[in-house]
Ligand binder design. Structure first.
Ligand SMILES: N[C@@H](Cc1ccccc1)C(=O)O
Length: 399
């Protein structure tokens, strides 16, 4: 039971991260009704494809990692496409978390110890202190994640308890004036539900128990969905869309959000709770992604003892993103803006192709409802590719 709860919290912890903080910012001019609809559709897509990958494990042992499965079902080209998507996405995320986490760490250390610390040192300290936990295996990550996730929930509840009573219906009725801001939220919301990468790690952790895994992914993904809905309700219901947009135009992202919060409820308590919630969110996502990256690297090098051993897998997980975080902190933050592309390949396209192949090999006919769902998933994949392309070409605004 403890393992099931731990796994649910790892899924929810990886999901709720930087994306949740960006959500009110991107939806300021969209309004609650449309946001709720988009959140629900994308949650469904991500939950459904997680279950598809779990189903692929019906035909494979739980110790098989993602690379082993892609080589088996999609051949070398499929495995290379997956490896590229996986490594680019995870290195970009880990690097962004190191930059963000290191910054928070530096500000606090300087305040408490009254010494000046360079951002290089703080990035290194953050990685060494929090990253080293990954080396001790899923059980230790599970335990630390339980503590930090609970802290994150407590501070989130404080923020919401202070803001929710002030929600006004009139703000929630806001409707967007054009479809562009609505469409522009899709790639960001899509990355906010990115828990897909931890699936192989949890399949191994729960010894491939399909029933338990399905429950874990249902509760682990529906919890973020509900929190995101209440989160949006809290922000969009408290601020008039024009005021909110104006605050966000004048300030940088996080600062703007904090200013917006303070506009509704100006107390020290809310500022502190908000900052602690944001820091804990970053940490749980960092652990989820780094753990998945290390497992993936070990699976990639499963026939190469030099890569597979714990020490080298740890170094390969943390050194590249640390170097990037130190020398090109902006490079990866920019790359993160495009995270939805590798995530579409990984979380939407690959599981569909793999399950179809596994079913074919096992002589199982594809159920009609699944065929229908695949049409929706292909449509969503195409839409995200197009939207991200239009953002790169600056035809529609990127966040
Ligand atoms: N959901 C995470 C980002 C993420 C994307 C893809 C995979 C894992 C994590 C966040 O909001 O920060």
């Amino acid at each position: 039971m403890q393992k099931i709860i731990g796994s649910i919290l790892i899924v929810a912890g990886t999901t709720i991260g930087a994306g949740m903080l960006a959500m009110p910012i991107i939806s300021a001019s969209v309004g609650f009704t449309f946001m709720a609809f988009i959140l629900f559709c994308i949650w469904f897509a991500m939950y459904y494809t997680a279950i598809l990958l779990v189903d692929v494990y019906k035909y494979n042992p739980p110790t098989d990692g993602l690379n082993t499965l892609t080589v088996k079902y999609l051949g070398n080209s499929g495995a290379v496409a997956t490896a590229l998507s996986m490594l680019i996405l995870m290195y970009a995320l880990v690097s962004a978390y190191i930059t963000g986490g290191g910054e928070i760490f530096r500000t606090n250390l300087e305040k408490w110890l009254q010494v000046e610390i360079s951002s290089h040192t703080s990035a290194f300290l953050f990685t060494a202190l929090f990253g080293s936990i990954i080396a001790f295996g899923t059980r230790v990550v599970d335990f630390s994640n339980k503590i930090v996730f609970t802290t994150k929930l407590i501070f989130l509840c404080i923020v919401m308890a202070l803001l929710l009573p002030k929600v006004e219906m009139i703000h929630l009725q806001h409707l967007p004036s054009s479809s562009i801001p609505v469409l522009a939220t899709i790639p960001v919301i899509f990355t906010s539900f990115g828990f897909y990468v931890v699936i192989p790690t949890l399949v191994k952790y729960l010894d491939g128990n399909i029933k338990q895994l399905k429950l874990v992914f249902l509760i682990g993904s529906i919890t973020p969905l509900l929190l995101y809905l209440v989160w949006e309700l809290t922000f969009l219901g408290n601020l008039d869309s024009n005021t909110f947009t104006a605050i966000l135009q004048e300030n940088s992202k996080m600062e703007g959000l904090l200013k917006a919060v303070k506009q509704v409820h100006n107390s020290k308590m809310i500022g502190i709770s908000f900052t602690l919630f944001a820091s804990a969110a970053l940490l749980t996502s960092f652990w989820g992604v780094a753990m998945a990256l290390k497992d993936y690297i070990q699976d990639l090098g499963k026939n190469k003892p030099l890569i597979k051993n714990n020490m080298s897998a740890m170094l390969l997980t943390f050194i590249p993103p640390l170097v990037f975080a130190i020398f090109y902190p902006d490079g990866f933050v920019i790359a993160l803006g495009y995270a939805s592309i590798p995530l579409v390949v990984l979380a939407l396209i690959m599981p569909m192709l793999m399950l179809q192949k596994a079913q074919k090999q096992a002589g199982v006919k594809q159920p009609f409802l699944q065929k229908l769902a695949f049409v929706f998933l292909w449509g969503l994949s195409l839409l995200i590719f197009i939207l991200q392309g239009l953002m790169v070409a600056e035809v529609i605004p990127a966040y």
